[in-house]
Structures are given as C-alpha cells and as structure tokens.
Design a protein around this ligand. Structure first.
Ligand code: NAP
Length: 248
C-alpha cells in the first residue's frame, strides 16, 4: 500500500503493532506518540531495519493545536496521507462513575472522542475527493467495552467507545462517495500496558481466564484486523465495527 499511514499512539501496544504491520504492507508510517519518544524511535528503528519507512512525530492528540501540527508535519515531510488509524486512547483511573473526577472524565473524552474527531476532520480534508484527495481508509479503535459498559471500572471509557462506534457509522456514510472507507475494530482484552496505567496491574492475570477463548489477545492479533480493514481486500466494507474480542 502506498502513501502515509498515520497511527496515533504508536509507541507501544496495539498502535506499535499496527505501525509494524502497516510498514510491512508498504505504507510510510507516521508513528505518533505523546511522551514515549524513546519507545517511538525504537518502533521506527525496527521498521527501518526490516526495510520499511517510518517517522516518529510527537503530538498530544487530545490537544487540537498538536493535531494540526501533526498533520502539517505529514504534509510537509511525508508522502500524501492515505490511511489513518485512530488508536491513541486512555481509560482513566478505575472507579465507580460518581467517584471519578471531572479531570478524569475530560481527559478520556478529550483524547478518545474529541482527539479522534479532530484527526478524522484533518484526514478527510486531505483524502476526500471533494478536496482533491485520492481517497483512503480510516480505522478507529473502539472497544468491546462499548457494548458491555465496564461497570465498576470505567463506564465513561465505555461511553467514549460507544460514541466512537456511532461516529464510525456516520462518518462512513458521509464519506462513502468521497473514496474514504471508515471502520472500527473493537478489541476485547489485549496484553498491553493500558490495564496497569488505569490502576489494575493484575487485570491481565485476573481477566484472561474469564474470556471465552481463555486468554488475552496479543497486540498483533488486533493489528491484523486493522490492516485488513485498511486494505483493498476490505473494499466493500465501510461503517463496520469488527469485534475482535475472543468471544466476549
Ligand atoms: P497502551 O498500551 O496504553 O498504549 C497507548 C498508546 O497511546 C501509547 O503509545 C501512548 O503513547 C499513546 N498515547 C496516550 N495518550 C496519548 C495522547 N494524548 N496523544 C497521543 N498518543 C497518546 O494502549 P493499548 O492497549 O495499545 O490501546 C490502544 C487502543 O486500543 C486504545 O484506543 C484502547 O482504548 C483500545 N483498546 C485496548 C484494549 C486492551 O485490552 N488493551 C481493549 C479494547 C480497546 P505515550 O506512551 O507516548 O503517551
């Protein structure tokens, strides 16, 4: 695949796996990160060692000015944008809803929802035929939480992902005639650092055996679904939320 693939939050976890697979598929990959510069550069190094092309760009996707700078950097320094994976996301510290601070709620919504929408706006302005673009594909990282609700953990996070599902459907319809397909992947339970970051360091060990499939996913198992949705093999698929959740 040609052009630039922007993967937000690609310094580790699912985003890093998407970046590696995207580069192997032929994209020039923009490896976005917020604070993990060394980790992002390591992902770029791995891609380059494997013969691919990548560039790390720092930007807080929950900040509109940073999103504008991120896309301006791609415009100036990388091939035209042909794919966007809205992967950057946070859960906030685990609690019941009434115990969560406004700071937690805002932090999750600013990144998971507003940041994702700013990235979609910027990508559509570059890829839609009405703006002279050549089309492309967007894949949003939703979550199985959207249909479970995550009670006692982070219902605000589940709500943000439910909104991502609605946005995916609407944006897909809005841009079906513009050459842009928009889909989402809803992972169930993946072996990444997001669980410890939200205050549950032992969540992997606790939850993995309760999954119907009996284990957590590896990030690469989610990335494969993302890459399929980005590819021409999914040419008739738009507005879909693909659940990759081990049966949950
Ligand atoms: P992760 O391991 O915590 O990685 C998060 C990535 O996002 C990191 O690269 C981090 O970079 C980046 N990031 C965080 N805040 C950012 C910001 N404001 N701007 C730009 N980048 C930012 O997460 P993950 O588990 O791979 O999750 C990836 C996506 O999948 C998320 O949307 C998550 O909601 C979704 N998901 C995950 C699971 C799961 O079980 N892991 C399940 C369902 C859905 P820095 O370190 O540089 O900040």
């Amino acid at each position: 695949m040609t052009g630039t693939l922007l993967v937000t939050g690609a310094s580790r976890g699912i985003g890093a796996a998407v970046a590696r697979l995207g580069a192997a598929a032929g994209y020039t990959v923009c490896v976005n990160y917020r604070s993990g510069a060394a980790a992002a550069e390591a992902v770029v190094g791995e891609i380059e060692n494997a013969g691919g092309r990548a560039r790390a760009v720092q930007a807080d996707v929950g900040c509109e000015e940073d999103v504008e700078r991120l896309f301006a950097t791609i415009d100036a320094e990388l091939p035209p944008l042909s794919g966007l994976v809205n992967n950057a996301g946070v859960c906030g510290q685990v609690s019941r809803l009434e115990e969560a601070s406004t700071e937690t709620l805002r932090g999750v919504l600013d990144l998971n929802l507003l940041g994702l929408m700013w990235c979609c706006q910027a990508a559509v302005r570059r890829m839609a035929r009405r703006y002279g673009g050549r089309g492309g594909a967007i894949v949003n990282l939703s979550s199985g939480a959207a249909s479970i609700g995550s009670p006692g953990e982070y219902v605000w996070y589940a709500a943000s992902k439910g909104a991502v599902d609605s946005l995916t459907l609407g944006l897909a319809k809005e841009n079906a005639g513009e050459g842009i397909r928009v889909n989402a992947v809803a992972p169930g339970f993946v072996r990444t650092e997001i669980h410890a970051a939200s205050g549950m360091p032992d969540r992997l060990e606790k939850v993995a055996p309760t999954m119907p499939i009996g284990r957590a996913a590896e990030p690469e198992e989610i990335a494969e679904a993302v890459l399929w949705l980005l590819s021409d093999k999914a040419s008739y698929t738009t507005g879909a939320v693909l659940r990759v959740a081990g049966g949950r």
